[in-house]
Design a protein around this ligand. Structure first.
Ligand code: C2E
Ligand code: CA
Ligand code: CA
Ligand code: CA
Length: 278
């Protein structure tokens, strides 16, 4: 509903119904959804550019509402983040992802599982303990778990972030800085964080129109990251031109609709792609 009041959230569901709902109603519905297991986790592949292997999967949650259909995260994650409800949601996602990663590993597939961590969850003093407990209970290989922290979250309190990231690193998990490049970090901060990966924000990928003649920023980000020995992932890759440019500029991993949208784990492709897409 275009004219919903200031305190209302417009939920555009897959049934195309506009739902002017207050954050409180969304929060209540979401709490029920969590209890009823109506939150589903989809996985989007990350492809290693030089080998075309599927080496990772990012977990992205979906809310399957009995009446309103599938509600995408940007309608409910911000509501959840405004309350403590994001904490049990992130914990639920983390546990489910570790269970899935352990299952795939048992089937012989080493898939690096990436999970988004909200700022509020990251700031919880017991967050590293939660991760440790879930790893133990699910018997997930810590080396196969990657936590995606946005650049904004990491920059909110740099000293605390260094401390928490170090604790997480000591558990053996990997850390990725998500939505990188949109203006919060500087090189000196990036060097202080014990991270292995940066994910170039989708807005940069979207700016790539051809395999040559580019906005120099994205190439500069990649070479900066490479000089720090970081793994570089580009997200939002939709075209062959974008793929070619990124591979030619030594971007390590590619994620985007070109290779696959987020899908339920049963539909996730675990085998490598034969050649670059056409
Ligand atoms: P994000 O972490 O930056 O995730 C990438 C988003 O880009 C996802 O949107 C994904 O579906 C979308 N995407 C991937 N490839 C393409 C592409 O080629 N083109 C375009 N146009 N989009 C692409 P999604 O699934 O709607 O998630 C939105 C955001 O919601 C995520 O952004 C993340 O910040 C948050 N989110 C999703 N799941 C969770 C979760 O379990 N916990 C938390 N805390 N946040 C989550
Ligand atoms: Ca992410
Ligand atoms: Ca991102
Ligand atoms: Ca984003």
């Amino acid at each position: 509903a275009k004219d919903a009041g200031r305190n209302q959230v417009c939920v555009h569901s897959t049934t195309e119904t506009d739902l002017p709902l207050t954050p409180l109603i969304v929060e209540t519905m979401l709490r029920n959804a969590l209890n009823n297991h109506d939150l589903e986790i989809y996985y989007q592949p990350k492809i290693q550019a030089k080998s075309m292997q599927v080496i990772g999967a990012e977990a992205l949650c979906r809310w399957r509402h009995p009446e309103y259909g599938e509600i995408p995260p940007h309608h409910f994650i911000p509501v959840a983040e405004a309350s403590d409800l994001i904490l049990p949601i992130d914990a639920y996602v983390l546990r489910s992802v570790c269970e899935q990663g352990a299952r795939w590993l048992a089937d012989g597939y080493r898939v690096r599982m990436s999970v988004n961590v909200s700022s509020r969850q990251f700031m919880q003093p017991d967050f590293p303990d939660l991760v440790r407990r879930i790893l133990r209970e699910t018997k997930m290989d810590p080396n196969l778990l990657e936590l995606e922290i946005t650049e904004r979250t990491a920059m909110q309190d740099v000293d605390n972030a260094v401390h928490v990231l170090t604790e997480l690193r000591n558990l053996g998990v990997r850390i990725a800085i998500d939505d990188f490049g949109i203006g919060y970090s500087s090189l000196s901060y990036l060097m202080r964080f014990p991270v292995q990966t940066i994910k170039i924000d989708r807005s940069f990928t979207a700016g790539i129109q051809s395999a040559v003649n580019q906005n120099p920023i994205i190439g500069a980000i990649i070479s900066l990251a490479k000089s720090l020995n970081l793994n570089v992932v580009a997200e939002g890759v939709e075209t062959v031109q974008q793929f070619d440019f990124l591979r030619d500029n030594k971007c390590d991993e590619i994620q985007g609709y070109l290779f696959g949208k987020p899908v339920p784990p049963t539909s996730f492709r675990l085998t490598s792609f034969e050649a670059s897409p056409q």
